[in-house]
Design a protein around this ligand. Structure first.
Ligand SMILES: Cc1cc2nc3c(=O)[nH]c(=O)nc-3n(C[C@H](O)[C@H](O)[C@H](O)COP(=O)(O)O)c2cc1C
Length: 213
């Protein structure tokens, strides 16, 4: 089966992309509008893209009403946001924040998500999120009408103490302890990150010494 994207509708392309690129991490983004009202919404067109500068990318698709979604509007207006990662215990609340509420509705409050003040940016972070990235807009790309690809620079990261291992000299994230979930196919399937396996990265020097190669 071939899917020729040139002749397909955006909705059909969405089904293929989200059906095949899985699992996708979920950025539960908190932002403020120009009047200072809090907004929260999940985004799984989301990835870390660079470390120097440290950049995350978020894809804001068009709102069905034919406008930019509130997260896009807010980040373009204020330049600030927090990317909160989603643990399994937050799944239902996260899902509630995607509700198509009108601009100005605080979806964090609606979903019963408590907030804590951020240090470097004005939008608060979600208190129960195991990881929260305080970010500033680095560059916005407009791939088409009513859309935005937000490249955002990470300024500061909060990680729950219970999810940090190692001493004060060499702290590291205990990733399994984060219990993050990912977005899967369709609009309602999710994955846990508990089914893990490990592979060592190959090096050429070891490869050429392998007997029987
Ligand atoms: C798990 C999940 C992931 C989502 N990912 C995206 C995404 O990457 N881009 C997007 O435009 N909408 C995405 N949505 C839909 C938005 O969250 C939804 O349109 C929301 O109402 C936008 O809120 P806002 O207008 O307050 O930004 C996602 C929804 C869910 C539940």
């Amino acid at each position: 089966m071939r899917f020729d994207f040139e002749g397909m509708s955006p909705v059909a392309r969405f089904e293929v992309l989200t059906g095949a690129v899985v699992p996708r991490p979920i950025a539960l983004v908190t932002s403020l509008d120009a009047a200072g009202r809090l907004n929260a919404a999940p985004y799984s067109f989301f990835a870390p893209l660079a470390i120097d500068p440290p950049l995350l990318a978020i894809g804001v698709l068009p709102h069905p009403e034919g406008r930019l979604k509130d997260t896009g509007l807010n980040v373009l207006a204020t330049g600030e946001l927090v990317v909160n990662m989603v643990a399994g215990r937050l799944a239902e609340a996260m899902n509630l924040t995607c509700i198509d509420a009108p601009p100005g509705v605080d979806e964090a409050a609606l979903a019963g998500l408590a907030v804590s003040p951020s240090e470097r940016v004005a939008p608060p972070r979600l208190a129960d999120s195991p990881v929260a990235f305080e970010c500033r807009l680095h560059q916005a790309i407009e791939p088409g009408p009513d859309q935005a690809i937000l490249l955002v620079r990470v300024l500061l990261v909060h990680v729950a103490d219970a999810c940090v291992i190692g001493g004060a000299d060499s702290p590291a994230i205990d990733t399994p302890a984060l219990d993050l979930i990912g977005s899967m196919h369709g609009a309602r399937w999710y994955a846990r990150t508990s089914d893990l396996f490990a592979l060592d990265r190959p090096t050429w020097a070891e490869w050429i010494r392998k007997p029987g190669r």
